[in-house]
Design a binder for this molecule. Sequence first.
Ligand code: NAD
Ligand code: UDP
Length: 356
Amino acid sequence: MRSSSKYEEQLSTFSKNSRVVLVTGGAGFIGSHTVLVLLEQGYQVVVLDNLSNGSYEALTRVEKLVGKRLSFVKGDVRDQSLVTSIINKYKISDVLHFAGLKAVAESTLNPLQYYSVNIEGSLALLQAMVENSVKRFIFSSSATVYGENAKIPYREDSSRGTPSSPYGKSKAAVEQILEDLAQADDSWQICCLRYFNPIGAHNSGLIGEDPEGVPNNLLPYISHVAAGRYSKLNIFGGDYKTPDGTCRRDYVHVMDLAEGHVAALQNLVAGFDVINLGTGVPVSVREMVAAYEAVCGKEIAFEIAPQRAGDLPEFWSDCAKAKQKLSWEAVRSLKEMVEDTWQWQTKNPLGYHNEE
Ligand code: NAD
Ligand code: UDP
């Protein structure tokens, strides 16, 4: 087992009978919130993360919040022998695979890096699982796999489309690999969770989204404008065929998503499945700006900028399948999503770097 001197591997005192879940990318935004819920629910957790966009501090805070320990291994998910050693050492029973790269624009500039991390990483992980007969797998997929022409709201029974970016294509490719794997071997239990737009933070304000560099996503960017770090928001496009001319998305609270993962784990069955995790409610960029202003009590300066390449005018989720198969639905309101985002921003103006 490798771990850097700074990020010492932490061994927890595992109780003997509960399941041990390997969470790749568990130091990232969605992964860290999911780890928290897993620990709360009594699962034992091993995180594998190379910290390229995650923070060890997030995991330390998760442990403090829950009052339980987890195990951490710093490493690359593409390192199959490392994954094998983790599976053996910790007797992993289930895998939640968050590790990956997610910036759409960056993926168009550096497709090989995206295909390598997102596809090779998944292959190495799956091969290590096969070697060790671990066959319960939950994959972080995305609404982007529906492609450009899918009917709105997106339903899981519509076919996978052709996403425009290498990022989206990498997610669709991994879904296809997983589908083929389950077809070839019916002892696999695989669920792809297609996230819509995850935002928000844990309501303690201790863990949240901490992107490296200038944020690509809307909420972190608005937060930085509200905090005075940037002077204004560029709204990408004001002339879409939507009610107010700006794009509409289905924003979902990261804690709802985290709970959705545990529901998926508890309801994992043989075969391959895909399930949307969203709210089913579209919100425009202008509506989001207004919601943020109401919460933070400040004006968010913005300018209408040209449309961003690859952005679709609007899409949202049909949520019936998650409700039926997982007994899960998003319960947190847009106001809570924004309040929790703002609390995270004000308590951690520099993200996890505050304490470094
Ligand atoms: P994130 O960047 O915060 O988390 C990803 C984690 O994976 C980070 O901690 C990073 O350090 C780690 N990682 C990256 N490459 C790795 C590698 N080669 N080996 C080991 N660890 C590695 O992103 P997130 O928002 O938490 O997203 C988690 C997953 O969900 C990703 O696969 C992403 O594509 C997917 N997803 C995210 C969104 C979104 O809008 N946030 C939407 C749909 C799908
Ligand atoms: N957006 C924007 N300005 C920004 C970032 C995003 O207007 O600085 C818009 C973007 O065009 C999209 C919505 O906000 O319509 C959500 O974008 P984000 O990148 O957060 O998620 P996406 O839906 O692209 O995955």
